[in-house]
Design a protein around this ligand. Structure first.
Ligand code: AMP
Length: 214
């Protein structure tokens, strides 16, 4: 199953991604996670990406596209993959089409998580992430059993640097301008699966799984 997860910041992409990759046994490719990993390690890529991420802006296409192209060549992508946070511009979408057609592959579905702006800000601000395993929580809606500690691995939870009100608002604006055109791009290709992302996480996943089948 070759899937893309589209949606504004705070739509629940990370949460749904965890459930989808578990159900379909495919790798989770999150460009945001790749950048955060590079920032943690202090690589050149991480340093460059952080300048944009902290401002709520997109990292330039030329930095992102080659990373995804390389990642898709890896052995574990043979049976499929879930792209989360990529593509984010029409240019990235076209680059992805090119690389997939060179590999003789086709996308199966593009899942579009749709959520209103008011809900998005609250979701992003309350988001907490495990430093060790990346599991996503929300202080109000999906809190861990013990405050600040991951249920899955016992790691410490933290807030992303770019989950402040100001940066989230900027990221939503950037999403409308630069990423939203991809919705029509994939709708025209007949790949789009519109999902109401304002429901609770289990109902959303149920709807996705029903549409994708097994
Ligand atoms: P995410 O974890 O998907 O919310 O991404 C966090 C940040 O990483 C974004 O706000 C961007 O600055 C950067 N980023 C992640 N994926 C991309 C992408 N495909 N294109 C450009 N920037 C990206």
């Amino acid at each position: 199953m070759r899937l893309i997860l589209l949606g504004p910041p705070g739509a629940g992409k990370g949460t749904q991604a965890s459930a989808i990759v578990e159900e379909y046994a495919i790798p989770h490719i999150s460009t945001g996670d790749i950048f955060r990993e590079n920032i943690k390690k202090g690589t050149e890529l991480g340093k460059k990406a952080k300048e944009y991420m902290d401002k709520g802006l997109l990292v330039p296409d030329e930095l992102v596209i080659s990373i995804v192209e390389d990642r898709l060549q890896k052995e574990d992508c043979k049976e499929g993959f879930l792209l989360d946070g990529f593509p984010r511009t029409l240019n990235q979408g076209e680059a992805l089409d090119k690389v997939l057609s060179q590999m003789g592959l086709k996308l199966d579905r593009v899942i579009n998580l749709d959520v209103e702006k008011e809900i998005l800000i609250g979701r992003a601000i309350g988001r907490r992430i495990c430093k060790d395993c990346g599991e996503v929580y929300h202080i109000k809606f999906t809190p861990p059993k013990e405050e600040g500690i991951c249920d899955k691995c016992g790691g410490k939870l933290h807030q992303r640097d770019d989950d402040t009100v100001e940066t989230v608002e900027r990221r939503i604006e950037v999403y409308h301008k630069q990423t939203e055109p991809l919705i029509d791009y994939y709708r025209e290709k007949g790949l789009l699966l519109d999902i109401d992302g304002s429901k609770d996480k289990d109902s959303i996943f149920e709807e996705i799984a029903k549409a994708l089948g097994k």
